[in-house]
Every structure is written in structure tokens, then in C-alpha cells.
Design a protein. Structure first.
Length: 201
């Protein structure tokens, strides 16, 4: 059974937030569609919410607008199993009961959506892989930001998003698109490089 894991779909990533992503509106529309699909099918949804620690930046402060889920998102009863998990690190599995909950409901595969692609989504996907879950990501339901470094140079938000996904695919993550009719397209599997990596492991 596949569970949907919604990672940090919070107001802070909106244009009005402190961590805006360039494709926020499009990604949020895709996330809402994925949630609607999961509820229609009675699938499990794990809602992951990030809070910054007191010594960190003023983003994602508990009780603030920025830390709340974006409009229309969040735990609801009356569908499949849904649960809320709160974290203060990049990975959704670290310091939470997410793994135990997924095992209890019989979810062996996960579809990850949310923000940032290169931080919490990527870390959560890697954590899931090493725990033996089959992992997919819908790239249209993710977003990133521009990155700059004096030695390493510049990457646009789109370049960051794509390179993060390429790295995940090489590790064994599947890319799973959703088309405009609401039906899932054929999933694009991991590269042969990831198979070779598994054989060497």
C-alpha cells in the first residue's frame, strides 16, 4: 500500500512567507490534487510540519501564520488514515513516530510531495530508502529556491529542484507524474546507476 507523505506544505514557502519558492502556486495546486486523490481512494496521508528551534531563524515559529499548513491542507478525518508529525530537523523520520505509523498501517511505499525539494523532501526520501520503503516523488508537487555560494556559484530554483531529483533517482527513488486529467502517468523508474549502486552495497 502506498501512503502520501506531505512534507512541510506550510505558509512560509508562499510569496508572503520568509522562505518563498518560485513555483509555489503551481506546486501547491499539485499537492492539493494529490491529497484529493489519496482521500478519494482512502489512502493514508502523513502530514509533516516543520518548526524551527528557538535558536534558529524566525521562520517556522510555532503558533505563527508561517508555520501553519497552506490553505486547504492539513489533517482531516473521515477518509483513510491520516496523522500529523512535527519535526525540527530536515528529515521527517528523525525524532518522530512516522516509521512506526507507516508500518502499523501496512504502507510499504511512499509518495513524497512538498518543500524544499533539496532539503526536507530530499532528506525524508533518503531516510525512507534506508528504512526499506519504496519511494516516489511527484516533481510537480515540489519546489526549491535559488542557491548562491562564492566558490560553488549559482543555481536557479529550477536547477536546484531538478538536480535534487536527479540525485534521488540515482539512489532509487521513482519519479511519478500526475497529468491534468487526474490520472497518474506511467512512473519513471530509477536509473541503471542506482541498480549498480545497490549491487555494490
Amino acid at each position: 500500500m502506498q501512503a502520501l507523505v506531505v512534507v512541510d506544505a506550510q505558509n512560509e514557502f508562499s510569496p508572503e512567507g520568509l522562505r518563498p519558492v518560485t513555483n509555489h502556486e503551481e506546486a501547491l495546486e499539485c499537492i492539493r490534487a494529490r491529497v484529493a486523490d489519496a482521500r478519494q481512494k482512502g489512502q493514508a496521508i502523513a502530514w509533516v510540519r516543520h518548526y524551527n528551534r528557538p535558536n534558529e531563524s524566525r521562520a517556522f515559529v510555532p503558533g505563527t501564520w508561517g508555520a501553519e499548513f497552506s490553505s486547504g491542507l492539513g489533517l482531516r478525518l473521515g477518509f483513510g488514515p491520516e496523522e500529523l508529525f512535527e519535526k525540527d530537523v530536515y528529515g521527517a523520520f528523525t525524532g518522530t513516530n512516522l516509521e512506526n505509523w507507516l508500518r502499523e498501517i501496512g504502507a510499504g511505499s511512499l509518495l513524497l510531495v512538498g518543500f524544499y525539494t533539496h532539503m526536507c523532501v530530499s532528506t525524508s526520501a533518503r531516510e525512507a530508502l534506508v528504512r526499506g520503503f519504496d519511494v516516489a516523488v511527484d516533481p510537480d508537487c515540489t519546489g526549491a529556491r535559488d542557491l548562491d555560494h562564492e566558490l560553488l556559484g549559482h543555481q536557479s530554483a529550477e536547477e536546484v529542484r531538478r538536480s535534487s531529483l536527479l540525485q534521488l533517482v540515482n539512489m532509487g527513488v521513482t519519479i511519478e507524474h500526475r497529468n491534468r486529467t487526474g490520472q497518474e502517468c506511467e512512473a519513471i523508474g530509477a536509473s541503471r546507476g542506482s541498480d549498480a549502486l545497490r549491487r555494490r552495497s
